[in-house]
Design a protein around this ligand. Structure first.
Ligand SMILES: O=P(O)(O)OC[C@H]1O[C@H](O[C@H]2O[C@H](CO)[C@@H](O)[C@H](O)[C@H]2O)[C@H](O)[C@@H](O)[C@@H]1O
Length: 255
């Protein structure tokens, strides 16, 4: 058992929020090929124990996929870009979406994407991801198609991602999800730490910065994050160093 990470003094504990794809796991050609290394899961379990459960996953993936990827951990989480939230004590909050509208959106999308090689639709309950990793030149035309469809359904909005256009319920993002979880036990009163890699994580970085926390972006690109890791493996080393008390988070805070 590792010793407890160093703390600051008053309101000493941290709350840890992790994005998944591109953060806890390298990107893959297909979403179902993604795995978080077993050693990293073990470290996350240790971190969760040491922080009394203040470790949450904040992902564009739905909660069932988050749980599958992070098993046996099953704590607080926000899925589908904040449209679903589970608190540590097991309460669920979720965006409701009109099933007729979801079906209509899917049918309209399929009319276009069925004939586009390398483009496919991931159904995620109240959201869709339109993937084009295997057809990168389709990015712009796909954006126009997705935006035109979503313009007919004001309850939904378009979210950019890595080789993906996502359609999600309007009014939800990772920042709001982190903000909500920060008002629930055991996150209340802690200093938030959020690590992500994508434009979808910017809302989370913004909220964490507002709360004088620590925001870390993995990889290149403009970001509001105050810190930068070059690659996923650097995050793995950072978690290990944190558990072994080789680093202190206080020196990273944006205060
Ligand atoms: O918020 P995240 O945890 O980063 O999830 C964002 C999306 O991740 C998945 O798609 C992305 O990762 C795939 C696997 O590496 C990759 O093939 C794809 O091109 C990426 O867009 C997932 O499929 C989406 O549902 C998530 O929203």
């Amino acid at each position: 058992m590792m010793s407890k990470p160093q703390h600051d003094g008053q309101q000493t504990d941290y709350a840890f929020f992790f994005d998944i794809d591109g953060t806890l796991a390298p990107l893959q050609d297909m979403p179902d090929a993604v795995q978080i290394p077993a050693t990293v899961i073990e470290q996350l379990i240790d971190l969760s124990k040491l922080s009394d459960g203040a470790v949450a996953f904040v992902s564009g993936r739905p909660l069932n996929q988050i749980d599958h990827l992070t098993q046996p951990l099953r704590g607080a989480a926000a899925g589908t870009h904040g449209a679903e939230i589970r608190t540590l004590d097991g309460q669920h909050l979720g965006a409701s979406a009109d099933t007729q509208q979801l079906r209509a959106i899917e049918q309209q999308l399929a009319l276009h994407t069925d004939s586009m090689d390398g483009v496919w639709i991931e159904k995620k309950g109240v959201a869709f991801a339109v993937h084009y990793r295997q057809a990168p030149t389709a990015q712009q035309v796909l954006h126009q198609i997705v935006q035109r469809i979503v313009d007919g359904y004001p309850a939904f909005t378009v979210q950019a991602g890595k080789c993906v256009w996502e359609i999600k319920p309007r009014g939800y993002d990772k920042g709001k999800a982190i903000n909500y979880l920060m008002m629930t036990p055991p996150f209340i009163g802690r200093i938030p730490v959020f690590i992500g890699d994508d434009v979808t994580d910017e809302a989370g970085f913004h909220i964490v910065n507002q709360q004088q926390g620590i925001s870390i972006k993995i990889g290149a690109g403009d970001s509001e994050a105050t810190h930068r890791f070059a690659e996923v493996e650097q995050l793995y080393r950072w978690i290990g160093n944190l558990l072994n008390n080789k680093i202190t988070l206080q020196t990273m805070r944006s205060v």
